[in-house]
Every structure is written in structure tokens, then in C-alpha cells.
Design a protein around this ligand. Sequence first.
Ligand code: GUN
Length: 289
Amino acid sequence: MVETRLIDGKAFAEGLRGRIATEVAAFEAATGVKPGLAVVLVGEDPASAVYVRNKGKQTLEAGMASIEHKLPADTAQDVVLALVRTLNADPTVHGILVQLPLPAHIDAQAVLATIDPAKDVDGFHVVNAGRLAVGLEALVPCTPLGCVLLLKDQLGSLAGLEAVVVGRSNIVGKPLAQLLLREDCTVTIAHSRTRDLADVCRRADILIGAVGRPEMIRGVWIKPGATVIDVGINRVEKPGGGTRLVGDIAFDEAQGIAGAITPVPGGVGPMTIACLLQNTLTAAKRLVD
Ligand code: GUN
């Protein structure tokens, strides 16, 4: 039985944010430009409100400007599109993030398509998705970027390793597969409809849970010694009442099998905002050049 290492995403993200803050200060000293991140929140989804608050706080701590636009849930789509166009044209704004999910009456793809790809720090615009897919310089989605940074910190080179990504979303699964391919992994995208999912997972030197189903990936599906990254954040009922957060991987079962695993919470989650700040700095540098 192996000793399973815990991958401390919280500590790694703190270190990364510290390095970003140093770079932001140097960039501002050299150019006179303070990187600015604009966040647009439509409606009152409680989880989104927490994310946006944390983003604003960490943006300021990194020495960047935080611009928040909070709009009521019944805001018309045209109003959101007009705001995005204003932010596109604003030279003090280098990154634009429209918090998802949007209310049902707003076409999220239409909003994402309106963001200037050069300011698309979420990396959700089709131009950035396409640039990533063909190997051009792109702004890359934050959660997948965070996963790859953790993996490289654990493993060094990922070249030649067998990576299985369980989940095919545009936000995590697909871009993460592209990033792992860029690192010369052999990549499989599996999902809830994959046949013999357990056997597919057992091939993985790197196993990623990004399917959004609580503890769906079982301990016996993990290859002994594999590095396991859990992107899932699922709220489940506790037997004695109340709720707790669990990932997509059966964390307790993975102990003694996985070589290393990210906890939920405290694994991938904190990396997302750190990578958002990284993307904002990257966007500012490219826009000012
Ligand atoms: N909602 C949950 N996560 C995210 C994210 O990374 N970006 C955006 N825009 N919305 C989200």
C-alpha cells in the first residue's frame, strides 16, 4: 500500500498570488499601468456572489484594480451586451469576466462572444478555445490551467503520461484535455456515458474528475500510484443532518491507492482565482505592449 500525498492547492495558490503581486508591482512601475479586472454579475445566485466577493478581494490584494458591475436578475440581454462593449473599449480594463450561470433569459454564448478575446480572462471565447486547440498563444480557462500547474509541480514533466479526464465540459474537460496534450500526455476524454469507465480510469497515470457527480469515481478505479486531481465541488447531505462538500472522486477510498490527490475543498478550487489573476496580468502585458 502506498502513502497517498495530499496536494495542497491552497498553499500553492497563495504562493502563486504572491508571485503575481510582485510581477504586478514591477509592471506598474515600468509602464504606469495598473492591471484592471472587471467582473459582471447578473442576479443573486448565492454561490456566484461568494465567488465574486473572493475574486474582488484577491484582485485588490494582488495590486490590481477591481471593477464590479452587479446587475439585477431581470436585466435585459441588450443591457449586458452594451456593458460588455463599454468594458471592451475601456483602456483601464484588461480582463473581463461575466459570472456564469447567467439568468435563463440571457444567451450566455452571445454574451461570451461579445467579449474582446484579448480581454477574455476566462478563456471561454471561441477565438481563445480555437487558438488553444491549434497551439497558438491564447488566454486559457482558469480551472484547467490550475490543474496543470499542480500536476507539473507534483510530477515535473508530464510527457508520455497517460491522462484520463472524466468530464467533457467547455469550461474544464475539453480545455484541460488540450492543455494536457500540449504537455505531451496521451489524453483520453471520458464522461458519464463512457462504456467500462472503471477500466478506462485504471489506465490513468493522471486521473481528473470533472464530471460534477459526487464521489462517482471509486477508489478501485485508480491505478496504484496515480496522481489524482478532483475538480468536482458537490454539496451533499450529511447522514446526521446538514451538508458537506465532496468531490467527484471517492476521497477516502483513494487513500493508500493514489500516489497523490487534491482534497475538496482546498485542492483545485483556490487555484482558479489565482489563475484568473495570472490571466489578467498576461492580458494587461499583451494589451500594453
Ligand atoms: N462560475 C463558476 N465558475 C466560473 C468561472 O470560472 N468563470 C465564470 N465566468 N463563471 C463561473
